[in-house]
Design a protein around this ligand. Structure first.
Ligand code: PHE
Length: 468
């Protein structure tokens, strides 16, 4: 048998896992969700979801992945065939997220060029430029294809040579840029309103939908609930401390989200803009910050920011692509290159649908939403959270406790102080918490039809995926 690929080093793995976690979720999505959900209270709920639910699930994903040495589907299937469907939901989520993620990644690429060729004018005009750009039927598609092509090139090179190498260089760059922009934003006159929006909670705006949005965002941002961290864990060597690594990745991801918030909201309030402006938020606010700096300096930093955003998106999207590719390699015995081409071709088709749904085909909706929102809401609000719930049930009730303990303590050679606490969370608290949040959320959310559709898909997969 061929030996399984492995990460080249501990740092390499950490940066790749953090690279998967830190992405559009932190810099594009987290700020606009915070803006739409009333600011600080959303952030507090998000943090609870991240550190109570997300962190425990990440530990469980690393554990299950490394123990089995197999990617999402195989990790479940090799332990119990009845649970194959959870892995299948993961692979399906990988396809669906990659049905819109490269579209936004393409926007970031386009904005690198647009920053240089002159985007930095009055804030109103910057908003119009964004609206005009994403509703265009042709230009965003070219950028999306360019973004996807880079993914293909990296993932085709495999684990240590491709994904790990790219992450090692690009992640640190991103981190320092965020700090820099944050400092710039906070020092603008009138920035205080933004800081109090971020840090003094107003609980009256919280509903079931807010909590579901925070939970979904926690899963999305930490790359959980779809087998991505199972897959990355499967390439890990037996010496690494899984619980500690999960703490590092979770903390880094959260830090980057908060930094993105600090980079955006003070500036937004300083310019008197509207926080609840949806997916265009970073593409409008950040160029405005730099426009206010004016001249060559503004152009320089705006360009650099979008380079970093594209990079953050890239280190995440390669992990999404890898989930699907690893499935095809492990389960369908496909060669790596062939798997990469096949998966990305399907993703490209989905992305074309998503991109056009913001413009020419915006009148075509299924269950009340266009393709972009369909892929986004279905994964983020249902598949990831429910996938995480099943993972917790699988680890807590199907997996043998001794197996989990052996894996987490590297066969007894290291200690995991809070093992029992983690185990109780995974076994009892988390499945119940997710079920309750999902139920409350479904009740108070606008897209009930879509939610029910998503749950039906899961039931169908649970029934039929044993044959896969
Ligand atoms: N965590 C990534 C981000 O925040 C997105 C992602 C989700 C990546 C699920 C892999 C798996 O952008």
């Amino acid at each position: 048998m061929q030996q399984r690929e492995n990460w080249g080093s501990r740092l390499g793995f950490l940066l790749a896992a953090a690279g998967s976690a830190v992405g559009l979720g932190n810099i594009w999505r987290f700020p606009y969700l915070t803006g739409e959900n009333g600011g600080s209270a959303f952030i507090v709920i998000y943090l609870v979801c991240v550190f109570v639910i997300g962190l425990s699930i990440m530990i469980a994903e690393f554990t299950v992945g490394r123990r089995s040495g197999l990617a999402a589907v195989g990790a479940y299937k090799s332990y119990s065939r009845n649970w194959t469907f959870v892995g299948v939901i993961g692979v399906l989520s990988g396809f669906l997220i990659m049905g819109f993620y490269p579209v936004v990644g393409g926007w970031a690429l386009a904005y690198i060029v647009k920053s240089i060729t002159g985007l930095t004018s009055a804030p109103d005009a910057i908003g119009d430029v964004f609206g005009g750009f994403i509703t265009n039927s042709f230009e965003p598609l070219l950028w999306m294809i360019a973004f996807l092509a880079v993914n293909v090139a990296i993932v085709a090179k495999g684990i240590a040579g491709g994904i790990e190498k790219a992450s090692k260089v690009l992640m640190p760059v991103l981190f320092f840029l965020l700090i820099f922009i944050g400092i710039r934003s906070v020092s603008l006159p009138g920035a205080d309103a933004g800081l109090s929006f971020l840090f003094s909670p107003d609980w009256s705006v919280v509903t079931g939908a807010t909590v579901l949005a925070a939970l979904g965002q926690a899963f999305f941002s930490l790359s959980l609930g779809m087998g991505c961290m199972i897959t990355y864990g499967s390439y890990l060597n037996k010496k690494q401390n899984l619980a500690k690594d999960a703490v590092i990745v979770t903390s880094l991801d959260t830090l980057c989200a908060i930094l993105a918030g600090i980079a955006i909201f003070p500036a937004l309030f300083a310019f008197g803009m509207e926080p609840a402006q949806g997916p265009g938020l970073v593409f409008v606010v950040v160029p405005s910050i730099f426009a206010a700096m004016g001249g060559g300096v503004g152009v320089f930093f705006s360009t650099l920011f979008f380079v970093a955003l594209a990079v953050a998106a890239l280190t995440s999207s390669v992990s999404l692509l890898e989930v699907v590719v690893a499935y095809l390699i492990d389960e369908k015995k496909m060669a790596r290159k062939k798997a990469v081409y096949l998966a990305s071709a399907v993703m490209a088709v989905l992305c074309v649908m998503a991109s056009l749904s913001l413009g020419v085909t915006s009148h075509i909706t299924v269950l009340g939403v266009g393709a972009f929102d369909f892929f986004d809401i279905l994964t983020d609000k249902i598949f990831l959270a429910i996938g995480g719930m099943f993972l917790a049930i699988f680890a807590g009730w199907v997996y043998k406790k001794e197996d989990l303990k052996a894996e987490l303590t590297n066969e007894g050679t290291i200690k995991m102080a809070l093992f029992e606490v983690w185990y109780a969370l995974i076994k009892y608290v988390i499945p119940v918490a997710i079920a309750v949040i999902a139920f409350m959320g479904v009740k108070s959310i606008a897209q009930t039809g879509l939610m029910i559709f998503g749950l039906a898909v899961i039931v169908v997969l649970a029934i039929f995926s044993k044959k896969l």
